[in-house]
Write a protein that binds this ligand. Sequence first.
Ligand SMILES: [Zn+2]
Length: 140
Amino acid sequence: MTTEVLPPLPLPNELTAPFWDGANNGQLVIQRCNACGYFQHAPEPICAHCLSFDLGHAAVSGKGSVYTFCIPTQAFHPWFEDKLPFVLAVVELDEQPGLKMITNIVEIDPESVKVGDRVEVTFAPLGEGFTLPVFRPAAQ
Ligand SMILES: [Zn+2]
């Protein structure tokens, strides 16, 4: 008998559930301040721009560019052992300068990723009812 190794899974809470629900529906959903329109990720209880507590969420375009990345060569969890090498990246979303998210770049040879590459969101099933927003090279 073998035991299936699950990926590290999220534990959604009031702040993060809209992100995960959006991903399950094929949308990249980011926290947005209802008072000033500022996007922030990861979600926080207060707006970092205007200090309002009136926060909501909004679907974004899913388009952005590679801000930085690395290619891990060691699995930091057993689930990643057969997935090396992969691209662990920070993507800056088009909606707002400095709006960044940690993600993976997929559908590309890891050795060919470059800072500034244009990317677009796609969605990878994680299992246990979760979907992970990841990015692939943008369509030309
Ligand atoms: Zn605000």
